[in-house]
Design a protein around this ligand. Structure first.
Ligand SMILES: O=c1[nH]c(=O)c2ncn([C@@H]3O[C@H](COP(=O)(O)OP(=O)(O)OP(=O)(O)O)[C@@H](O)[C@H]3O)c2[nH]1
Ligand SMILES: [Mg+2]
Length: 256
């Protein structure tokens, strides 16, 4: 089966394939096997290469459709509402709720694994997201496991975790992963907002919003539009928007 990635990325550890790619595209110097491509490298790697699951690389160039819609895979209504509010005017967003396995690992590993799996299942460009809440006094925990901490100990328990520490500071981290389809290595977009953990204030209809305070207001107390202009999710989506702009420009170049 043949897959196409519009932005070439190192989807293979096959050394011969890498050499073939370097021969085919002499200005591509080296490719780190399985390393996700950072945004800094995108400008060097904006080219389309089709990848064969058996041989690694083909030299034929194929054109994919412009990216005018994307499937955001999440079962979380709060996330979906915010993504639609922040990104909805840039791209059409479909939603699928898949029960994706969430591995243990770093934030980026958890997000990439989720995205790879979603692309394999849906066979379409997908966006996934993983949210962490990191307490400084606990060296970043609960981090990606915040969902399970919230479920088992709730707002009060999260406050009690920090009872013995003076430092109540925390960081909300949002990590989006985008894949163009099955076999295409996810690209990561991350945003972070610093705040502190407080006793719950404001409506409790979204996760830990009532206990995360940013500049005197909890996320839950804030007007939605305000949260969507300073939040961890907003900052990550700003980076994704920039990526979409680059993607569209590249599409214009390849079609003219
Ligand atoms: O108060 C909040 N403000 C936010 O901005 C926010 N974003 C996520 N969360 C919660 O943090 C956990 C992440 O876990 P998570 O990333 O695995 O999400 P999820 O399993 O609910 O959805 P998904 O994995 O299907 O996308 C879940 O409990 C989410 O409800 C938030 N809570
Ligand atoms: Mg989840």
């Amino acid at each position: 089966m043949q897959q196409t990635c519009r932005y070439m990325r190192a989807c293979t550890t096959h050394r011969a394939s890498q050499q073939l790619l370097i021969a085919f595209r002499p200005n591509v110097r080296s490719i780190a096997p399985r390393s996700p491509i950072t945004q800094h490298r995108l400008s060097d790697l904006k080219r389309q290469v089709s990848i064969d699951s058996r041989f690694g690389l083909h030299t034929s160039i194929q054109h994919t459709m412009p990216l005018d819609r994307i499937t955001f895979v999440t079962g979380n209504k709060g996330k979906l509402a915010e993504v639609q509010a922040i990104l909805g005017s840039y791209i059409n967003i479909d939603n699928r709720d898949l029960d994706l396995e969430e591995i243990q690992g770093t934030i980026e590993e958890v997000s990439s694994a989720k995205c790879r799996k979603a692309a394999e299942i849906l066979k379409t460009p997908v966006l996934t997201e993983d949210t962490c809440l990191c307490f400084k006094a606990l060296n970043g925990l609960p981090g990606p496991y915040i969902k399970w901490f919230m479920k088992s100990i709730g707002h009060d328990g999260l406050n009690k975790l920090l009872a013995g520490f003076e430092d109540k500071s925390a960081e909300a981290v949002c990590t989006f992963a985008f894949s163009e389809g099955p076999g295409c290595e996810p690209i990561i977009f991350q945003g972070r907002t610093e705040g502190k953990i407080v006793c719950p204030r404001g409506p409790s209809n979204f996760g830990w919003d009532p206990i995360f305070e940013y500049e005197g207001e909890t996320y839950a107390e804030m007007d939605k539009a305000k949260k969507n202009s300073i939040s961890h999710r907003y900052k990550a989506l700003e980076k994704f928007k920039q990526f979409l702009e680059t993607y569209d420009k590249q599409e214009e170049k390849t079609t003219t």
